[in-house]
Design a protein around this ligand. Structure first.
Ligand SMILES: *Cc1c(COP(=O)(O)O)cnc(C)c1O
Length: 397
């Protein structure tokens, strides 16, 4: 054991703790769901991205088990090495059909999709323009690409336009890629996608839209925000994840046939990484089926009802996605409110720097189709007691 390394680690951890930024893994006793068990206690869970409650759906389990029996568990290698499995091909056909794109490519995670796709499309001499609140994997993908990076204030179309103009003047022959989410993961608000599409078209740029928190939740059949706005076919690179509302694991890039072929040949996180296990791909395909069915519609209806009721009871404007931010500000204050809620039996995580900007720490209340009206009522009552609305709270929108 190297002493210098141990000293370095201890010192760094102490510094993180001092700034109230220390994180700990907490083991659950049993599966995740609306109710979870931790430290021998039952907690009401408002922290999951399993917005439709599909993660433990029997049909997903059955699909995974059937695939397991048909083709085994592990993929053995990268899909380019061992040969691609039919489960992956079937999943990708289902995603393309769902997204109404000519093709799609699945990745082992959303993080891998971003890290592989952005550097495949842009490099030194190109420009990537990101929304300031973009997910870490989009930021990391942009950094890894070596392109010049420009960031615009969250949802600020004026700033996006001036960056696009700047990019076109300074680098007339460069590839310019705009990167944004459709639903922002820590604020739950929506991007002005129609306006962004119009802007990137005016300047001959491309758009990568990450619909991680919109797929399954927004739009007809849960196809996402771009589809709801009718601009889906004008977005070159459509990203989504399979591990949130779809309850499985992995992610996709949907777009043209050439985009898929190019990523197979250029996205390093695809080429040099073991493929998602086939049973996981089969579960994701089953989730898509449910998402598009009347059962999916019913789940979205109950999610919408829960959101309307929670927004009202919390005294906030109606939530536009499954995520409701309760902004507190200080890192330690947010931790304190979260700890008190935990004592009262509610799992509502505090989100703080570096996930969100310093001084904008918050509770991230994630609702699902499976919460009952009573679950929401009791949470709102408890929160009103612990964090009354007359304490100063920043609003992000
Ligand atoms: C969760 C998330 C990802 C990463 O997806 P994983 O499959 O969990 O790696 C990417 N983008 C956004 C916006 C996310 O919220």
């Amino acid at each position: 054991m190297d002493r210098a390394l141990e000293d370095f680690l201890a010192e760094k951890l102490e510094e993180i703790s001092r700034r109230s930024l220390r994180r700990h893994l907490q083991a659950l006793e049993g599966p995740q769901g609306i109710k979870v068990r931790r430290d021998g206690r039952e907690l009401l869970n408002f922290s999951s991205n399993d917005y439709l409650g599909l993660a433990n759906h029997p049909a997903l389990r059955d699909a995974a088990m059937a695939e397991w029996e048909r083709g085994g568990f592990g993929s053995g290698a990268s899909r380019l090495v061992c040969g691609t499995l039919s489960a992956h091909e079937e999943l990708e056909a289902a995603i393309a059909d769902f997204k109404r794109t000519p093709a799609s490519l699945s990745f082992s995670s959303g993080y891998a999709a971003a890290l592989g796709t952005i550097p495949a499309l842009c490099g030194a001499g190109d420009v990537v323009i990101l929304d300031k609140l973009s997910h870490a994997c989009l930021v990391d993908g942009a950094r890894l690409s070596g392109a010049t990076i420009r960031v615009f204030h969250h949802n600020d179309l004026g700033k996006l336009e001036s960056h696009l103009r700047w990019a076109r003047e300074k680098y007339p022959h460069a590839r310019v890629l705009v990167v944004a989410e459709s639903v922002y993961s820590m604020d739950g608000d929506l991007a002005p996608v129609s306006e962004m599409v119009a802007l990137k078209e005016r300047f001959g740029a491309w758009l990568l839209l990450d619909e991680a928190h919109a797929v399954g939740v927004l739009g007809e059949e849960g196809r996402g925000l771009a589809d709801r706005e009718g601009v889906s076919d004008r977005i070159e690179i459509q990203m989504g994840t399979l591990g949130k509302a779809l309850g499985a694991h992995g992610a996709y890039i949907a777009g043209s046939e050439a985009l898929r072929e190019f990523l197979i040949n250029s996205a390093r996180s695809f080429i040099f990484s073991t493929a998602q296990p086939a049973p996981v791909a089969a579960a994701a395909r089953e989730a898509l089926k449910i998402c598009r069915s009347s059962e999916g519609d019913a789940l979205r209806t109950s999610l919408r009802q829960n959101l309307a009721s929670a927004s009202k009871q919390l005294g906030l404007e109606e939530a536009s996605s499954a995520i409701i931010p309760w902004i507190i500000g200080g890192e330690s204050e947010a931790m304190d409110v979260s700890a008190k809620l935990l004592d009262a039996g509610y799992l509502v995580p505090a989100i703080r720097y570096p996930t969100v900007a310093k001084g904008s720490a918050r509770l991230r209340v994630a609702l699902t189709a499976k919460h009952s009206p009573e679950n929401i009522q009791t949470l709102a009552a408890e929160l009103a007691k612990i964090s009354p609305t007359d304490t100063p709270r920043l609003q992000t929108r």
